[in-house]
Design a protein around this ligand. Structure first.
Ligand code: SAM
Length: 245
């Protein structure tokens, strides 16, 4: 693949990474080294240009470096796991709230269709812009609406993902929207929220699991291989369950 105007480019310089869209006025200076539009145009992915490695960004890099965040987002360490755990390949998935659209972008890669609900107009518009900028989420039906006010058919969805502050308020409505046996996932930052959710799903959902994912990077030095000094120690607790009849 050769880079052309409008392409997203991941530029790696030593341990720094930059995600840019290639425009005519593109200019990146790092530690006295400058890269311009003409340096990158028609270059092959994987080439080294003036000490910069140029690559096509992966979904993880787009989410972490390219998406504008107006809300907290689900990190790839959690979102990639959730998407596979929900077993959504070629299925119809329900999501609320959309937030910045990071989790939606992951669900959309696997699912046949994602219906997502975001109550706040500004967040909804930002999510649409994020997807458009990176040509993502073509199979997503986005709704600028409180999920509580939505009119979804009973038993319409094969799976769901919920990222709102008080998910226990929506459990009855959510249950109705799901097929029997449908997997559900929730992400919550605090343990007391998890307790409250567990009480709310008791009786209507089974096979409940609570977990968190710790992700520790290593310094890439073969002679002194050891963990990085700092890590993202907490993002959220994940709760998984299945709708019972
Ligand atoms: N998962 C998103 C991502 O990865 O970008 C971030 C979601 S953010 C933490 C939570 C969002 O839920 C907020 O944008 C909020 O406005 C929205 N929200 C809260 N309650 C809602 C509801 N009842 N219906 C729709 N959206 C809701």
């Amino acid at each position: 693949m050769k880079f052309k105007e409008g392409d997203a480019v991941l530029i790696v310089y030593r341990d720094r990474k930059y995600l840019k869209v290639l425009t005519k006025d593109f200019n990146l200076s790092v530690m006295g080294n400058t890269l311009t539009y003409s340096d990158l145009l028609d270059r092959q992915e994987g080439e080294q240009v003036k000490g910069f490695l140029i690559l096509k960004p992966t979904l993880e890099e787009i989410l972490m470096l390219g998406f504008k965040r107006k809300t907290q987002v689900v990190y790839p360490k959690d979102s990639f796991y959730i998407a596979f755990k929900l077993d959504i390949k070629d299925k119809r998935v329900l999501e609320f709230g959309t937030g910045s659209g990071a989790m939606t972008a992951v669900l959309s890669q696997l699912a046949k269709e994602v219906w997502t609900f975001e109550a706040v107009k500004d967040f909804y518009t930002n999510a649409l812009k994020n997807w458009e900028r990176f040509e993502l989420c073509k199979n997503v039906k986005a709704h600028n609406m409180d999920f509580m006010e939505s009119d979804v058919e009973d038993g319409f969805f094969d799976a769901c993902f919920v990222d709102v502050k008080e998910p226990w308020l929506y459990v009855d409505k959510l249950r109705k929207a799901l097929k029997s046996g449908a997997p559900c996932a929730f992400i919550l930052p605090t343990a007391n929220q998890v307790s409250q959710l567990l009480k709310a799903i008791d009786g209507g959902f089974g096979d409940v699991e609570v977990l968190e994912i710790l992700h520790r990077y290593y310094k890439v030095n073969p002679d002194r291989l050891r963990p990085e000094d700092r890590m993202v120690a907490h993002t959220g607790y994940l709760v998984f369950c299945r709708k019972t009849t």
